[in-house]
Design a protein around this ligand. Structure first.
Ligand code: UT7
Length: 323
């Protein structure tokens, strides 16, 4: 037997307000057809003033705890991936801690769209080492606040929301048959930072604070790097694409998601897609997609999931999980 981080529950939160492509086309030079054809996005949720990363993350985390049948006192660590924290510090994770009333400790992870996969990897290591027994991993983002709403090349692509999972330490059979996180693989390449970044922050108030992206180059890197990340994850576990039940990818562009599904030889209904309704919610996209698919009853205990993401940094990575 071996100590594993088992996915005990998942939850999500989406702002009430939905903005359709048609609504954007009324304001900027774009069209519903262009957005759907190039990205697969049909609508996105946009946060109201009270819907901050902490507000949404707390609600997603509470839903994950309820799904897991866990209490606040079961949480030893909160790890929250975000690029849009409520403030420079304290971390958004400790604001969530205060509202949930958990003990232990918490901190944020800054890895852009890969923030949730990075957070899972850290939580997995903490659980395997015996440092913690219960971990909340959250992705929560309000990209609507860092977008240039006059830049049609970026503002149509993103949405707001939060997703969370609760991981519990459990003794499981060794090898890939056991449940829990089987492996995680993380990468970053700082030299590619200028392809996707936010111009400025609290320390550089003279800059715009808006997201800038070379979409075409990011697309190219995403397709090749995510394909290698998936190969790496399967090889590390002595597994093949035929062993995979579900792909739960970062939701940036339906064309990238479809390419990854084809690479794994998965039927389209085995690839979780939310980008059409949520757009790209950065670190929140994987836990939002996972939560939705799990709660719908489509996923079964014992299924093998591949999670993968790429984002600003560049950062990218994967997690192989037996549900
Ligand atoms: O989450 C982090 C990871 N992010 C990603 O993975 C995003 C990766 N990149 C992409 O998803 C795609 O590159 C985009 C969706 C961002 C862009 O799609 P594309 O097929 O690469 O288009 P493009 O940037 O090459 O632009 C094609 C044309 C351009 O016009 P010209 O120069 O050909 O005349 C753009 O100006 O489309 C134009 N365009 C638009 N037209 C209507 C760009 N944005 C829009 C728009 N509406 N919103």
């Amino acid at each position: 037997m071996t100590l594993r981080a088992v996915l005990a529950g998942a939850g999500s939160y989406l702002p009430e307000r939905i903005v359709t492509n048609a609504e954007l086309a009324d304001r900027i030079d774009t069209s519903d057809e262009w957005i759907i054809e190039r990205t697969g996005i049909r609508q996105r949720h946009i946060a109201g003033p009270h819907e901050t990363a902490a507000y949404m993350g707390t609600r997603a985390a509470a839903a994950a705890l309820a799904h897991a049948g866990a209490k606040a006192s079961d949480v030893d660590v909160i790890i929250l991936g975000t690029s849009t924290p409520d403030q420079a510090f304290p971390a958004t994770a400790v604001a969530v801690q205060a509202e949930l009333g958990t003990g232990g400790f918490g901190f944020d992870v800054s890895a852009a769209c890969s923030g949730f996969v990075y957070g899972l990897s850290i939580a997995d290591a903490m659980i395997r080492s015996g440092q913690v027994r219960g971990a909340l991993v959250i992705g929560s983002e309000v990209y609507s606040r860092i977008l240039d709403w006059n830049d049609r090349g970026t503002c149509v692509l993103f949405g707001d929301g939060a997703g969370a999972v609760f991981l519990r330490a459990e003794e499981q059979p060794e090898g890939s048959a056991g449940r829990g996180i089987l492996s995680t693989h993380l990468h970053s390449q700082g030299s590619l930072g200028p392809l996707l970044y936010v111009d400025g922050a609290v320390g550089r108030p003279e800059l715009s604070g808006h997201l800038k992206m070379n979409g075409r180059e990011i697309f190219r890197h995403a397709v090749s790097k995510l394909a290698s990340a998936v190969d790496e994850a399967l090889a590390a576990n002595g597994m093949h694409s035929a062993d995979v039940n579900w792909l739960v990818p970062h939701q940036a562009n339906l064309r990238i998601i479809d390419a990854m599904g084809r690479k794994l030889g998965l039927a389209p209904d085995r690839v979780v897609v939310t980008v059409d309704r949520h757009a790209n919610t950065s670190a929140a996209s994987i836990p939002l997609a996972l939560s939705e698919a799990w709660h719908s009853g489509r996923m079964q205990r014992g299924d093998l999931l591949v999670l993968e993401a790429l984002g600003g940094g560049l950062t990218w990575g994967s997690a192989l999980v037996r549900l």
